[in-house]
Design a protein around this ligand. Structure first.
Ligand SMILES: C[S@@+](CC[C@H](N)C(=O)[O-])C[C@H]1O[C@@H](n2cnc3c(N)ncnc32)[C@H](O)[C@@H]1O
Length: 147
C-alpha cells in the first residue's frame, strides 16, 4: 500500500491507473467541483469506479451560512445543489451514475454540534429557521463508472 498527499483538484496519480476512487465528505470543500470530477475521471482506469459520500443541498442556504467560516468548517457552506453535483459527475464523462443512498441532515446536529450551534446562536435563529436549514441539506452516496 502507498499513501500520497495531494489535492483533489490535481491528484498526484498517473492517468488511467486507479480501479476504485473513494471519498468521504471532502468534495464539498472544493470550490472547483467540476475539476475534481475531471481529475477523478482522468486517473480512473476504463471500467474503474468512483464511490463518494458527500453533503449536497436540496435548497439554497441563507447567505449568513454560505458566507460563514463555521459554515465552511461544518461542510455546509461549500456544498452545492444536488443537480449541479450530479451534472459535474456526468460532465466529467462518468456513466452509470447512481445515488445509492440519501439521508437527511439531522436537525439535532444543528443544535448540538459546537460549530453548527455557533451559527444558530450568533444569528439568533428561530426553530423554523433551524428546520429550514436542516431541510436544505442532505448526505448522499453516489457511485459511477468510467466507460
Ligand atoms: C471532513 S474531512 C474528511 C474526513 C475523512 N474523509 C473521513 O472519512 O474521516 C475533510 C478533509 O478534506 C481535506 N481537504 C479539504 N480540501 C481538500 C482539497 N482541495 N484536496 C484534498 N483534501 C482536501 C481536509 O484537509 C480534511 O482533511
Amino acid at each position: 500500500m502507498e499513501f500520497k498527499i495531494g489535492e483533489i483538484e490535481n491528484l498526484p496519480v498517473e492517468s488511467d491507473s486507479i480501479d476504485l476512487i473513494i471519498s468521504n465528505c471532502v468534495i464539498n470543500l472544493s470550490s472547483q467541483k467540476e475539476q475534481v470530477f475531471r481529475e477523478a475521471f482522468r486517473v480512473a482506469k476504463t471500467n474503474g469506479r468512483i464511490m463518494i459520500s458527500d453533503i449536497i443541498l436540496l435548497k439554497d442556504l441563507p447567505d449568513y451560512v454560505k458566507n460563514s467560516v463555521e459554515g465552511h468548517i461544518a461542510c455546509l457552506a461549500g456544498a452545492v445543489r444536488k443537480e449541479d453535483y450530479m451534472n459535474a459527475i456526468r460532465n466529467a464523462g462518468f456513466t452509470e451514475i447512481t445515488i445509492d443512498k440519501q439521508a437527511p441532515f439531522p436537525i439535532e446536529l444543528m443544535l448540538h454540534d459546537p460549530i453548527a450551534e455557533k451559527i444558530v446562536r450568533e444569528n439568533n435563529l428561530t426553530d423554523k429557521e433551524i428546520k429550514s436549514i436542516a431541510d436544505s441539506i442532505a448526505s448522499i452516496s453516489v457511485s459511477a463508472k468510467k466507460p
